[in-house]
Write a protein that binds this ligand. Structure first.
Ligand SMILES: Nc1nc2c(c(=O)[nH]1)N[C@H]1C(S)=C(S)[C@@H](COP(=O)(O)OP(=O)(O)OC[C@H]3O[C@@H](n4cnc5c(=O)[nH]c(N)nc54)[C@H](O)[C@@H]3O)O[C@H]1N2
Ligand SMILES: Nc1nc2c(c(=O)[nH]1)N[C@H]1C(S)=C(S)[C@@H](COP(=O)(O)OP(=O)(O)OC[C@H]3O[C@@H](n4cnc5c(=O)[nH]c(N)nc54)[C@H](O)[C@@H]3O)O[C@H]1N2
Ligand code: SF4
Ligand code: SF4
Ligand code: FES
Ligand SMILES: [Mo]
Length: 889
């Protein structure tokens, strides 16, 4: 469509507004009630323009039409009047807000609008500062409603509303009371869109000073990998705001990435190395600590390299993980290196690689936009991947169908078309049952299978055992619901699967991943077919990367097998030393070796194993038995407190490197603030110890480490810091400098040796733990939105005001039977240990099942969980523990 804007011809696409057309002409308009991401209300009138032959129109909401002639300059006075009318209702201090924090202030300056007579004060409507992160100044609110729409349309929470009438209209939490008691989940979207500063975040005084530096980086909490802009002054963080353009998060974020950075300056922060002397950890210099560790490790290297093991951190950068596995292999001479992927999505890596060829998710997250049905299995993204949770919810509000498979009634389950609630540990039966119905109803894409898959005959033979009625007996899922779920997935044109730990953290987690992947293959909804594929919601900020870098006992960087002599030779050449040929120990095997006395030293980089690994009593026994335990952490965690040496290290906001998010996307991490005095990066610590051992790890900088990794790992061959800085994120595989990366895998063929996907005919097998008369309840463990894993960081921020203790969710009927009230202490016993938690009575959980987080070490939830783990990968069965409950007597 062609329009004339102040005489200048512009062309815009169908669906554009006059505001778009004016912008296309290179002109700007105030638009105080408008945000491109939100629906339009056209209430402020600050965007008025004159349309020839029609008169004044609100540009934000008037559709552009071919041939329209728009007068922008001539209508300036109308916009000025609208601004003046808004300002007339505000106290003068509304125009004292710094210009970079207030669109209103900037537009008033542009239009020469000033505050009315300073002696005339409009009614004081007051502040609501009850919430730790979102502050409301009602007097500065212009009732544009952007916050209300942002909360509903971006975040999907509907926490806000506009109350009162006329000039008294003001934003308020929908629940009526103070903000702190509202439904707000502290995502910050309302603050970001507020055009006046009526909504702001803490540190107001600091924020009145100009920003000194802005650093673009990647969030260091979860695997979504949100792009964030960190504003700092005097080496302190002022604000962290989400980045829009080209980011996975599209300008949105969550309470952790956006607000939970207070841990940086916690008084608990470790700032000096510690060495255990006469039983107690005492401060030491860096020289002393490095010397001590190197001397002890030299003895092990020279006598028994496999007496050393290293747990690398999925919280740390790729470059640090690359260096950590190189340290174990090239300096100590052992493949005993693993990372917390073992506790998390190791079954995804194994299952997806066996089925499709590569161990990562198949599609970019943006493919969600073109999918018409979502199958969400064993994942609660609303809490654990909030930006993903919001986007799935948006798609559902836009009409996509949603099937949720989760024993608990999560937020998205409440909004699903169909919610299947299997008994924990029965996924494989449910997935086989869904496959059975796809076959029975003729919803299998046989042409796709003929061209791209093997194993259909074997699968068909197995599926005969899984009619919906049998699956109902095993899983408790009603047969009709199972059929409806299969029909929804099967009839969709482009269905997508997202899944989480509810699939992997089981005795048969890898079977779960494979039988779930079967559905996408049967339907032809992955790789060369249409549809959004199969996508694990990987957990830690860099768990994908830690595994990619080869911090695994059986794979070198880029998933090259330790057993492959060609791969070993490639690394040996770059590292100028032999690579040990035998795969190393997994984390549970490391602990077992420590308990039997064969492990002489364990270096734990950024993992609080005593809090987060299962069956804490056996972990403690392992740490106690191991002669040398070294920890790198920001804090003296439960694990660090048992160590012999502790190195104080920098966090994601204090260092340089890259992370890989859940879509296989390499993204830059940049130092926004310098670490406190005395603190070093994991990168520097590894270098220091290696050099004291007389070894040179090479790669002096993170950029050089990435370059070396690209040289030894063909799948990352084209990835360099320089390129990421210049062109932005890259999805692996990216094998050369001219490869654009691979957001969507397997467009032509699968990556297995025969190019075909492999359907899995895996029968249902029962979980490791079963309830009985002594342990009649089934405990599920998982995430709370406010805290992150061990909680070492989030408990040292104001998130503690949002959630201050661990609770046990109990179904209302069970609570009556047990005589429990909300907040009562509940004594839990399992076959492995005990814990005491406060009751939270909710119908989120089914009768006979209870749910707890594991974010408070004092609550000791992992003393309850069992040592059984996935038969293929050893991933712990965190989701199924038989427990008994006793309330106060
Ligand atoms: N706020 C917050 N965010 C986080 C984290 C955090 O600690 N806090 N941790 C990060 C990490 S490391 C990870 S790995 C991710 C994890 O993210 P998710 O995988 O979403 O996490 P969980 O809450 O552990 O488990 C997901 C769901 O599995 C369900 N479930 C349990 N058993 C079964 C079963 O047998 N079948 C099915 N179908 N479902 C089952 C549970 O009810 C739960 O709702 O989150 C990351 N993000
Ligand atoms: N019951 C139960 N237990 C579980 C789970 C469950 O669902 N249920 N989930 C499991 C899963 S999926 C995971 S991933 C694990 C996570 O378990 P952990 O990895 O132990 O948990 P985190 O709290 O993420 O991080 C560990 C430590 O790393 C430190 N840290 C942060 N950044 C850095 C850094 O850059 N360098 C170094 N050196 N340290 C750093 C933090 O201070 C923290 O103490 O928990 C597992 N435990
Ligand atoms: S912070 Fe997020 S959840 Fe809370 S009111 Fe604002 S938009 Fe809604
Ligand atoms: S969704 Fe994940 S990556 Fe994004 S801000 Fe929250 S914790 Fe960080
Ligand atoms: S921005 Fe157009 S009416 Fe408010
Ligand atoms: Mo995880």
């Amino acid at each position: 469509m062609k329009l004339l804007i102040d005489g200048q011809a512009v062309e815009v696409l169908r669906g554009a507004t006059l505001l778009d057309a004016v912008r296309a002409a290179g002109l700007a308009l105030p638009a105080l009630c408008h945000d491109d991401r939100l629906s339009s209300v056209a209430s402020c009138r600050t965007c008025l323009v004159d349309v020839a032959g029609r008169g004044l129109a609100a540009a934000c909401s008037t559709p552009a039409e071919d041939g329209l002639r728009i007068a922008v300059e001539a209508s300036r006075g109308n916009r000025r009047d609208a601004l003046q009318a808004i300002v007339a209702g505000l106290p003068p201090r509304a125009l004292d807000v710094p210009a970079d924090r207030s669109e209103l202030v900037r537009q008033c300056a542009e239009y020469g609008v000033t505050s009315p007579d300073r002696s005339v004060l409009p009614p004081q409507r007051g502040l609501d500062h009850s919430h730790p992160y979102v502050k409301l100044d009602r007097d500065v609110c212009i009732a544009c409603g952007r916050c209300v729409r942002a909360c509903a349309e971006i975040q999907g929470t509907f926490a806000l509303t506009l109350v009162n009438r006329g000039a008294d209209t003001v934003v308020a939490p929908g629940t009526g009371g103070p903000w702190a008691e509202s439904d707000c989940v502290s995502c910050g979207a309302c603050v970001d869109t507020c055009p006046t500063g009526a909504l702001s975040e803490p540190g107001l005084l600091l924020n009145l000073l100009p920003v000194e530096r802005q650093t673009r980086t990647t969030c260091g909490y979860c695997g979504v990998g949100c792009s964030l802009e960190v504003s700092t002054r005097d080496n302190a963080i002022m604000t962290v705001t989400p980045v829009g353009d080209g980011s996975v998060n599209r300008g949105h974020a969550c309470v952790k990435g956006r607000f939970a950075h207070g841990f940086l300056s916690s008084p608990d922060r470790l700032t000096t190395p510690l060495i255990r002397r006469s039983g107690t950890l005492a401060p030491a210099t860096w020289d002393e600590a490095v010397e001590y560790v190197a001397t002890r490790l030299a003895g092990i290297r020279d006598s028994d390299p496999d007496g050393f093991a290293l747990i690398s951190s999925a919280r740390a950068t790729n470059e640090e993980n690359y260096l950590a596995q190189k340290f174990a292999r090239a300096v100590l001479g052992t493949n005993n290196v693993d990372n917390c992927s073992r506790l998390c999505h190791a079954p995804s890596a194994a299952g997806l690689a066996a089925t499709f060829g590569l161990g990562g998710g198949t599609n970019p997250f943006d493919d969600l936009d073109r999918c018409d049905a979502v199958l969400l299995v064993g994942a609660n993204p609303t809490a654990a991947h909030p930006v993903v949770g919001s986007r799935i919810f948006q798609r559902v509000m836009d009409g996509a169908r949603l099937v949720v498979v989760d024993p608990r009634r999560t937020f998205l389950a409440r909004h699903a078309d169909i919610h299947l609630r299997p008994r924990p540990g029965t996924n494989v039966a449910v997935f086989n049952g869904l496959a059975h119905v796809l076959v029975r109803e003729g919803l299998v894409d046989t042409a796709f299978l003929d061209a791209h898959a093997t194993g259909y005959e074997e699968l068909l033979a197995l599926l005969g055992d899984y009619p919906p009625e049998s699956v109902a007996d095993i899983s408790g899922v009603p047969a009709d619901d199972l059929v409806q779920a299969a029909l929804t997935y099967g009839h969709a044109l482009a269905p997508v699967i997202f899944y989480g730990l509810g699939v992997t953290e089981h005795l048969h987690g890898t079977d779960g991943v494979r039988t779930l992947s079967n559905l996408a293959l049967l339907r032809g909804a992955v790789g060369p077919g249409a549809g959004g594929g199969v996508n694990p919601l990987r957990g830690q900020n860099n768990v994908q990367g830690a595994s990619d870098m080869g911090a695994l006992p059986d794979t070198l960087p880029g998933y090259q097998k330790v057993l492959d002599p060609v791969a070993r030779a490639r690394c040996a050449e770059a590292w100028r030393t032999q690579v040990p040929p035998r795969p190393g120990l997994r984390i549970p095997q490391m602990f077992a070796a420590a308990r039997t006395g064969s492990l002489k030293a364990l270096w734990i980089i950024g993992e609080d194993v005593l809090t987060t690994d299962p069956d804490s009593a056996s972990v403690r026994a392992a740490l106690d038995a191991c002669p040398l335990v070294i920890c790198n952490d920001l804090f003296l965690t439960a694990t660090a407190a048992t160590a012999d040496v502790v190195f104080p290290v920098a966090s994601w906001l204090e260092k340089d490197g890259t992370f890989v998010n859940f879509e296989r996307r390499f993204q830059r991490v940049r130092e926004a603030v310098a670490p406190p005095a005395g603190v070093r990066t994991d990168f520097a610590v590894l270098h220091a110890v290696a050099s004291r051992l007389g070894a040179d790890l090479g790669c002096a900088t993170p950029a050089e480490a990435m370059a070396e990794c690209a040289a030894v790992a063909p799948v990352f061959g084209g990835i360099t810091h320089a390129r990421l800085d210049r062109d932005g994120p890259l999805h692996w595989p990216c094998s050369s400098a001219d490869s654009p990366g691979t957001p969507r895998l397997y467009r032509d063929r699968f990556a297995t040796p025969d190019g075909l996907a492999h359907l899995a005919a895996s029968p249902y097998l029962p979980p490791g733990e079963q309830c009985d008369a002594d342990f009649p309840f089934l405990l599920i463990t998982g995430r709370r939105a406010e805290h992150y894993n061990s909680g070492s960081m989030t408990r040292r921020t104001d998130n503690l005001r949002l959630l201050s203790l661990e609770t046990i969710d109990v179904e209302p009927g069970d609570a009556v039977l047990l005589g429990l009230n909300n907040g009562d202490p509940v004594h839990l016993n399992s076959r492995h240990g005990t814990a005491v938690l406060c009751a939270r009575i909710t119908d989120d959980v089914a009768p006979g099942q209870v749910f707890a987080g594991f974010h408070f070490p004092g609550a000791a939830v992992n003393s309850l969980t069992s040592p059984s783990g996935d038969e293929v990968t050893g991933c712990p069965e965190y989701k199924v523990t038989a427990v008994s409950l006793a309330g106060p007597r």
